[in-house]
Structures are given as C-alpha cells and as structure tokens.
Design a protein around this ligand. Sequence first.
Ligand code: NAP
Length: 256
Amino acid sequence: MSNSAEKPTLFDLTGRTALVTGASRGIGRATAIALASRGAHVAINYQSNESAARDTLSAIEQLGGTGELLPFDVSQSDAVTRAVDDLASRKGLHIAVANAGVTRDGLLLRMKDDDLETVLAVNLKGPAYLSRAAVRVMMRQRFGRLIFMSSIVGEMGNAGQAAYAAAKSGLLGLARSIAREYGARNVTANVVSPGFIETEMTSGLPEEVKKKYLEATPVGRLGRPDEIAAAVVYLASNEASFVTGTVLRVNGGLYL
Ligand code: NAP
C-alpha cells in the first residue's frame, strides 16, 4: 500500500482488484466508483444493461481510476466461475462484492415457483457461486475480502417479500461460515445490510410505502447508494483486517 503524500492513508486500495456484481446501476455502481476512487481496479459486472455499465466505467475513468466490464449472469454457476478465473488470471482478485439482486414481490400464498427460483438463484445461489470461485483464488494469495449485500428485510422479514427475505438472511449464514472456514488464510467475509436506499429497485414503490419508511427512520431521510458504498470500502480495506463474520447495518436507524 502506498504512503505517498497525495494518497489517503486510510482505506487505500491501490494494487487491489475488486469485482462488484450488479455494478451497472444503483448501489453496485456507487460501490464500484468508491472502490476505484481508493485505487482498486474494478471489474464491473452486470447482466444485460451494457450502456449503464459503460456509464459506471466512464465515471471511474473520469476520477482517474481503472476498471473493466465483466458481464455474466450471477445465477449461472459456470459463467460465474469462468469470469472469476479469467479476471484472477489477468489481474488477480482481492475484493469480491456480491451485490447483484432482484425482487419479485407478492404474498407467500400467491408466490409462483418461477419467482421463488429466480429470487433464490440471483440473491442467494449467485453469492455462493461467486464466493466459492473467489475463495479459491484468495486463500492461495492469503488475502481476500468478501462482502455480501444483504438487506434490512433479511433481518426483519417483510410482508410480500418472503423469498427475498429468506435469500438475504441466507447471506448471513453464508458469510459467517466462510469467515470460520477461511479466516486463518486472511480471507474475511462480511455482510452489509442496507435500509431503504433510493435506487431503481425502490423507485417503483408506492408513495405511501416510502412515506412509511421515512417516518420510521430516525435520521429522517432515505439512504443514498454512496452511503452503502462507503461501508463496502471500509470492509474491503486493510483497516478492517480484524472484522469478519459481521453484519454492518447502514439503515439510518430504521432497524436497531
Ligand atoms: P438495482 O438498482 O435494481 O440494480 C440491480 C443490479 O443487479 C443491476 O446492476 C443489474 O444488472 C444487476 N443484476 C440483476 N440480476 C442480475 C444477474 N442475474 N446477474 C448479474 N447482475 C444482475 O438494485 P439496487 O437497489 O442497487 O440493489 C443492489 C443490492 O442491494 C441488491 O442485492 C439489493 O437486494 C440490495 N438492497 C437494496 C436496497 C435498496 O433500498 N435499494 C435495500 C437493501 C438491500 P443490469 O443493469 O444488467 O440489469
């Protein structure tokens, strides 16, 4: 890590390579930009929205950072493994952020098998595929930072989001098990649990639902993607070397 006068001392990620899934938009985009702004080379994963992913890359380059596009579907085991191996062979892999996520809201009694399978595949199996592939690389190099994007909904449950909540809770078990299995290899695994953040995922919610969240949030406003990104930067940094298996809540006090 560099100690030169122009570089920040804390949270310097120079020389690290990060992979952020779902980095074309929202929280993932903010996270990719924040990691790159601390010096990491960032692989920007997305599923289909190439032009949005290119916008993320442009934002990184405007800051003087470096990155690349790495499209794949996180729910496809082979595709995840191929992409991770390809990136690691060219650039190494030090930080993996399992951020890509989808919702299919509806009451349990009306839940379709397809929706259940999609939600579990993207939000839970995807992070398991990603971390399995990444850990293989990280344990060999005796350094790794795995960060899972859970949700307040995974901690509290939410009417209309049973499958999503189950997947997001599952990430806590995944991270804690990885923390136990690979801690001795200097691979940490942590969870970020955002509250209500203004992104495309939440933009379609009815105004009365947003108002309800706002009223229940002690800081008196909804969150921004860059506030989640800052938590990821911390967990990815050298400064978080003794932090593993934890859940970092970034929710404005909505769940205490
Ligand atoms: P978003 O704006 O809807 O963006 C979703 C991202 O995931 C996009 O980049 C999308 O890629 C990607 N993606 C979706 N399915 C994918 C797949 N199968 N393979 C690869 N990439 C895929 O979401 P967000 O609000 O930023 O949420 C990011 C994460 O934070 C999610 O895990 C979400 O559950 C979690 N979270 C969000 C909130 C919130 O209030 N927004 C709160 C708690 C937790 P394309 O652009 O190619 O479609």
